[in-house]
Design a protein around this ligand. Structure first.
Ligand code: GUN
Length: 282
């Protein structure tokens, strides 16, 4: 019988403790606060920003959304980030990705003070992550690891195959899985024999952003399948995995919605609290 990961329940459990921590900080006069910069009108980004705002409010976190127009220059975005770096009341900053064409993503991300880098996207924090000396963990990667741990999925010595090499998911998750002593393969658009590589996975993570990308032929019987994709498809929210077809073959599988999504949001909020506590040494 295939086990379905209940990301919603896990996020709820995690959120309970987080809410208490935030309330305690507020009692000490500390209001954890973060800022999300959204540039342009990408519909998916708008949904993500809205979901984060709703959860932040429910937990008692202060969130400011800075909406900028798609024709803004890189220099103007960097200037805005510098202002936020200097603002004592802001503990975390994130720039919603992807950015509109024409903006220099690396230059923009690199201008974030690493101490406020919720997403772990500055060179300093990425370096720390790969050194195993984590300053902050990116929410999705941390959420995947925590959910696997909660369901007691062993990783040491296992073949973990990650489909997708994004800055936000694929690359940091590779670092965390390697640190957990897995044998990690990152498969991407230039990889050969993609299906065969995926079929070798004990744990298959899909983060390519393409609906129904993973079919049963790509899954080893009994494999753990983690679907990080969130795609709007024919009016529905679906992942990267053809869930109905893959479900009977997998040993364990995350659904979409209700899998990694809620866990990611919860871990993002936990990241803000972590940065805030570090700032005040509490
Ligand atoms: N776009 C989609 N997910 C994310 C995320 O976790 N962080 C950022 N910065 N942008 C995203």
């Amino acid at each position: 019988m295939t086990v379905i990961f209940d990301g919603k329940a896990f996020a709820k459990k995690h959120g309970k403790a987080l809410k208490t921590t935030i309330a305690n900080l507020k009692r000490q006069g500390i209001q954890p606060a973060f800022c999300v910069i959204n540039i342009g009108q990408d519909p998916a980004s708008k949904v993500y920003v809205h979901v984060k705002a709703r959860r932040a409010t429910a937990l008692g976190l202060k969130q400011q959304i800075i909406q900028l127009s798609a024709d803004i220059t890189t220099a103007a975005v960097v200037a805005k980030i510098r202002e936020l770096n200097a603002d004592e009341a802001v503990h975390g900053i994130m720039v919603q990705l992807p950015l509109p064409a024409g903006l220099d993503t690396n230059q923009i991300l690199e201008s974030i003070n690493p101490e406020k880098d919720i997403d772990c996207l500055t060179a300093t924090n990425i370096g720390r992550l790969w050194q195993g000396n984590h300053f902050i963990e990116p929410a999705t990667a941390a959420g995947v690891m925590a959910l696997l741990q909660d369901y007691q999925v062993p990783l040491a010595g296992k073949n973990c195959v990650i489909l997708g090499r994004s800055k936000i998911v694929g690359k940091p998750l590779a670092a965390l899985m390697l640190e957990a002593n897995a044998t990690v393969t990152v498969v991407h658009s230039h990889s050969r024999n993609l299906a065969a590589q995926a079929r070798a996975a004990d744990v298959l993570v899909c983060a390519v952003g393409k609906p129904n990308f993973v079919t049963p032929e790509m899954v080893k019987p009994g494999a753990v399948v983690v679907d990080v994709g969130i795609n709007h498809w024919h009016g529905q929210l679906v992942g990267d995995v053809d869930y109905e077809a893959v479900y009977p073959k997998a040993g364990m599988i995350t659904p979409v919605p209700g899998g990694i999504g809620p866990v990611t949001v919860e871990f993002l909020m936990a990241g803000v609290v972590k940065l805030t506590r570090r700032r005040y040494g509490c």
